[in-house]
Ligand binder design. Sequence first.
Ligand SMILES: Nc1ncnc2c1ncn2[C@@H]1O[C@H](COP(=O)(O)OP(=O)(O)OP(=O)(O)O)[C@@H](O)[C@H]1O
Length: 326
Amino acid sequence: MRARVIYNPSSGREQLKKNMLDILAVLEEAGYEASAFATKAEPNSAANEARRAAKNGFDLIVAAGGDGTVNDVVNGIANLKKRPTIGIIPAGTTNDYARALKIPRTNLVEAAKVVAEGQVVPMDIGQSNEQYFVNIAAGGYLTDLTYQVPPKLKTAFGYLAYLAKGAEKLPGIRPMHMNIKYDGGEFNGLASMFFIVMTNSTGGFEMLDPNIKLGDGKFSLFVLKTANVFEILQIIGAVLNGGKHLNHPQVLYAKTNFVKVSSRDQQPLMLNLDGEYGGDAPATFVNHQQHINFIGNHTEVYEEIDAEAKREAFMQSIEQLGQDSP
Ligand SMILES: Nc1ncnc2c1ncn2[C@@H]1O[C@H](COP(=O)(O)OP(=O)(O)OP(=O)(O)O)[C@@H](O)[C@H]1O
């Protein structure tokens, strides 16, 4: 068995570099022939290496860095027929996906040990047009504010910081026209943003959707129908209060395996995939059920589905998309 550790040498105050020999030793101990690749500060560096390693038959790719590195590694291998298992060693400023998989986030070598144990969690992967995302896709007028939130604030308060930043800019907030089609429904009207969530580890919010079940092939779709800051703060309060936001009159909530978004607004409806700018609407989001095996530290038993069931579910969503097209 061969493992390729793809690490971002700039993340986590260079701790990865310092611990790399120990990390490789842990993997070797577990029976892997392990090697490491340091990413470069250029687009797709991790993606290109992940793709190369997958094509060369590596069994395990370890994404060592923040959420950006995980997203990049996934984008490198998601459209390959034979996809290696992915492990994570969290070392970024945001490590939401590692948290969702219950990988230790304070000690890099401990994280490597969990990866070496190799408990597989088949995870759904989202696709937006040609790009893939693992955790969250969002869009709207507020979305561009994520780029203005300093990384430190991002860590401490996550999406709360992001929304607070929005609240601070109250006069600047306005709803946009959005048309959002999903399994069993359609929203057509004004909204300030939408979220497509795949885990319950998204920034400051630990429980955006109490009904989330990893690997079920469903997105959790939220449309925030208001741009009124008091209502938005009320909704945030309801989220923190244990899921009361699901029934809030200004929140549309649905479980769906596809989402199709367009806008007639004069401003572009900007998209954000796993925290990075992901182009503008129109966009089609599809869910590839249990598409990539990640390593997690879960005690729950996952209901694995077979290839035929996955294919059927995917074809169904594509069919529905086709019917919805103008
Ligand atoms: N050698 C490098 N030097 C500087 N930047 C790099 C290098 N390799 C990758 N990067 C950049 O690091 C970013 C990804 O960061 P990553 O997600 O790993 O951790 P992070 O900086 O903590 O960010 P995040 O907030 O997503 O956790 C990408 O923008 C990528 O281009």
